[in-house]
Write a protein that binds this ligand. Structure first.
Ligand SMILES: NC(=O)c1ccc[n+]([C@@H]2O[C@H](COP(=O)([O-])OP(=O)(O)OC[C@H]3O[C@@H](n4cnc5c(N)ncnc54)[C@H](O)[C@@H]3O)[C@@H](O)[C@H]2O)c1
Ligand SMILES: O=c1ccn([C@@H]2O[C@H](COP(=O)(O)OP(=O)(O)O[C@H]3O[C@H](CO)[C@@H](O)[C@H](O)[C@H]3O)[C@@H](O)[C@H]2O)c(=O)[nH]1
Length: 444
């Protein structure tokens, strides 16, 4: 039997959660304070770019199992479960900002009229669910019972819908056996492995998983930087390492640093969480620092190859933090363009999907154009920031024909060196020998 569920916050996590829960038969009302977003969703239109989302969203709306509102009172009416899926952004000092979580806890307390299980999907520091339970209980308008469940989310942007139905596990850390059983029943139709634990361990699993993945990327990036200096090929190194089942082949793709709405803020938050209990998480701090450096390796390389960047026209191919998303949060494109502009370069940017979001995140002074070809036209150099398929499919002749000098810095190892070697493009990538560097294209 479908449960009556409210989901508060309709970002990447909340909307995908609400849509997925309604798809497996629950009655879901999604609540968001952003009126424009809610108006779009009521029309069956997703406010975020996520492959496959619009389709199942429309299906659930038509089946009458998915609703959207800006009004908390209406949203919580008759619901036995309230998911919290609001943002937990990074504060200036690196800790997680729990402002939105606190507001939702109070919204729940003041509006529920029946017993409620509060489920935290947002990524929150260890101890936050205890705090949420206290906040809700202190602010209750009616005499109802409250439970909390930590149910962290592991979806990746760009494949969020796929991940919701095919994730590796569902983690449930509940404050009571009853609440844990309820969440297990809610999630059963997904048919995914369920891992039950206590609330604090569930909260820690999320941070530890993200910190471990970030560390794996950080590690291969350091190895790539070494390969670069020792003339080894990091791709072969990663492949050879990954064949060891204890290491695993995934998350060993080197590049100019990880970005996105999660790894940067969650690694900082875990370092700060450790600080708060008197523990120095030096390993993770090194990953955080290394990633900041890594974001600029292609600019450093460009300076090494070109010399001064003053007055040079540099094309950025891709602006989103990774392909298949319009999310610009912590994208390497931001640091790269800031550094290029500071060095006196003219920066032209293009992204297949993130053009609307980009100017809200990028530094002032970047020129935006509607195609890769226009970005490359007359450029002295190009930096491939995001490995979108559109760029993977670009023929080398496009660089040769359009650019003032076919000089390419590929921060994502998008092209095979063998393919580039059949062209005149001078090519630098991450942890692999350059191609055509001996030809030295003439930069004006
Ligand atoms: N984005 C991801 O890939 C991802 C994956 C796993 C976990 N997470 C975690 O999930 C949480 C949400 O991330 P996101 O990327 O979906 O966030 P987001 O910023 O995209 O969306 C948050 C939404 O909450 C809404 N909101 C804020 N306060 C509200 C309130 N009081 N009532 C109703 N709505 C409110 C905002 O308007 C916004 O639409 C974060 O803690 C994040 O770390 C994110
Ligand atoms: O081998 C790799 C894999 C990823 N990345 C980069 O790492 C970042 C994050 O990539 P990815 O993990 O695919 O994207 P997210 O959508 O940020 O997802 C991560 O963060 C989410 C939010 O917490 C978690 O739910 C997911 O499990 C976790 O993968 C991106 O900049 C990628 O370019 C690499 O540089 N090399």
């Amino acid at each position: 039997m479908g449960k009556n569920i409210a989901v508060v916050g309709t970002g990447y996590v909340g909307l995908v959660t609400g849509v997925a829960l309604s798809e497996i038969g629950h009655n879901v009302t999604c609540i968001d304070i952003d009126e424009k977003k809610v108006a779009r969703m009521q029309q069956g239109e997703s406010p975020i770019y996520e492959p496959g989302l619009d389709e199942i969203m429309k299906r659930s709306i038509e089946a009458g199992r998915l609703h959207f509102t800006t009004k908390h009172e209406e949203g919580f009416q008759g619901k036995e479960i309230a998911y919290i899926a609001v943002g937990t952004p990074e504060k200036e000092d690196g800790t997680a900002d729990l402002r939105f979580i606190e507001a939702v806890a109070k919204d729940i307390a003041q509006n529920v009229k029946q017993d409620i299980t509060v489920v935290t999907k947002s990524t929150v520091p260890v101890g936050t669910n205890d705090y949420v339970l206290k906040l809700v209980k202190e602010n209750l308008a009616e005499d109802v019972s409250v439970d909390v469940v930590s149910n962290p989310e592991f979806l990746r942007e760009g494949s969020a819908v796929y991940d919701a139905f095919n994730g590796d596990r569902i983690v449930i850390g509940a404050s009571s056996v009853h609440a844990g059983d309820l969440l297990e029943e809610v999630n059963k139709p997904f048919g995914l492995p369920i891992f039950r634990t206590d609330v604090r361990s569930a909260e820690m699993i999320k941070y530890a998983a993200n910190a471990f993945l970030a560390t794996k990327i950080g590690f291969i990036n350091e190895v790539a930087n070494l390969c670069d200096r020792l003339e080894a090929n990091v791709e072969d190194v990663a492949a050879g390492m990954g064949m060891d089942g204890r290491i695993g082949a995934q998350f060993l793709r080197p590049g100019h640093g990880y970005g996105g709405s999660c790894f940067p803020k969650d690694t900082s938050a875990l370092v700060k969480l450790a600080d708060a209990v008197g523990y120095e998480f030096d390993l993770l701090q090194a990953v955080v620092d290394g990633n900041k450096r890594q974001k600029l390796i292609m600019v450093d390389k460009a300076k090494e190859v070109i010399g001064s960047l003053k007055g040079k026209k540099i094309a950025l191919l891709g602006l989103a933090f990774k392909p298949n998303t319009d999310d610009m949060r912590e994208s390497p494109a931001i640091d790269i363009s800031r550094e290029l502009l500071l060095s006196g370069a003219e920066v032209t940017g293009y992204d297949p999907i993130a053009m609307e979001n980009a100017p809200h995140f990028m530094p002032e002074g970047v020129d935006y154009v509607p195609s890769a070809e226009e970005a490359l036209q007359g450029a002295d150099a190009a930096i491939l920031v995001t490995d979108w398929d559109e760029f993977k499919n670009l023929d080398m002749s496009v660089y040769e024909n359009l650019m003032a000098a076919p000089l390419l810095f590929d921060g994502r190892n998008t092209y095979s060196r063998d393919v580039v070697a059949t062209s005149n493009v001078e090519y630098y990538s991450v942890g692999r020998k350059p191609v055509n560097s001996e030809k030295k294209v003439e930069v004006r």
